[in-house]
Design a protein around this ligand. Structure first.
Ligand SMILES: NC(=O)c1ccc[n+]([C@@H]2O[C@H](COP(=O)([O-])OP(=O)(O)OC[C@H]3O[C@@H](n4cnc5c(N)ncnc54)[C@H](O)[C@@H]3O)[C@@H](O)[C@H]2O)c1
Length: 240
């Protein structure tokens, strides 16, 4: 028996990195997974299908939700994972850099939650997980835009934990806040920045995507049935 048998999940940004690992992990545990990504699904995995579109496109989000509802008649899990960085010191962040990061990371998460949360309420169950970052918890030089969005998705999850549980709906909303994780996103970070991070991390290394996906799996599953509004920090002890 898989831990997500018969569950239906939407995962944003499932073509690459942490999102891909979440999709593959969910599928292994018995879920039917739809990845919503601007890029095609570049891999094959039984029970993972790609649905192309951007989290910033509210029409595409509505079409995605209709598609999943029509096909499976339920949505048990939503993982808001799609995210990007455009790093610079505050005085060098352009309006475009600010808007792009806020649009995808924060408004994109809102778009999906607004489309799926009320449906889960009517259904009487569901689990939403927003992917934040250690940077949203403790700030970071050169990431004002990114940090603001990651703190923002924590605020969204806590609000949804309250709103979507109204009238006994029982929808749970939680956050996974990863530390630095070995994905393409890290390719833009110079080794001179990464080495001090490893040193400051109690476990002296970056995370593997699977170590983040394991936490998301737990919160998505019925094993976490009494956990809502929680921020699960998976950062190897970088921030204690
Ligand atoms: N890698 C890390 O160290 C790290 C640390 C903390 C948090 N995170 C967060 O984890 C999440 C995944 O990061 P990752 O490292 O796997 O990144 P990644 O760049 O490897 O993958 C991101 C995925 O999101 C997709 N995407 C980008 N814009 C999109 C949009 N508008 N609509 C739909 N999909 C879109 C991309 O196509 C890609 O498949 C992000 O929210 C990121 O902020 C990552």
């Amino acid at each position: 028996m898989g831990r997500l048998n018969d569950k239906v999940a939407i995962v944003t940004g499932g073509s690459n990195g942490i999102g891909r690992c979440i999709c593959e992990t969910f599928a292994r545990e018995g879920a039917k997974v739809v990845s919503f990504d601007v890029n095609e699904l570049p891999y094959e995995c039984v029970n993972v299908e790609g649905y192309k579109g951007s989290v910033t496109d509210r029409e595409a989000v509505a079409d995605l939700v209709s598609y999943v509802e029509d096909k499976y008649e339920k949505i048990d899990i939503l993982v808001n994972n799609a995210g990007i960085t455009r790093d610079a010191l505050t005085q060098k962040i352009t309006e475009e850099m600010w808007d792009l990061v806020v649009d995808i990371n924060l408004k994109g998460t809102f778009n999906l939650g607004q489309a799926v949360g009320p449906f889960m309420m009517e259904q009487g169950s569901g689990s939403i997980i927003n992917i934040a970052s250690v940077v949203g918890e403790y700030g970071n030089i050169g990431q004002a835009n990114y940090a603001a969005t990651k703190a923002g998705v924590i605020g969204l999850a806590k609000t949804w934990a309250k709103e979507f549980a109204r009238k006994g709906a029982g929808v749970r909303c939680n956050v996974v806040a990863p530390g630095y994780t070995m994905t393409d996103m890290m390719k833009t970070v110079p080794e001179t920045v990464l080495e001090p991070i490893r040193e400051k991390t109690m476990l002296r290394r970056l995370a593997e995507p699977q170590e983040i996906a394991n936490g998301v799996l737990f919160l998505a599953s019925d094993e976490a049935s009494y956990i809502t509004g929680h921020v699960l920090s998976i950062n190897g002890g970088l921030r204690l």
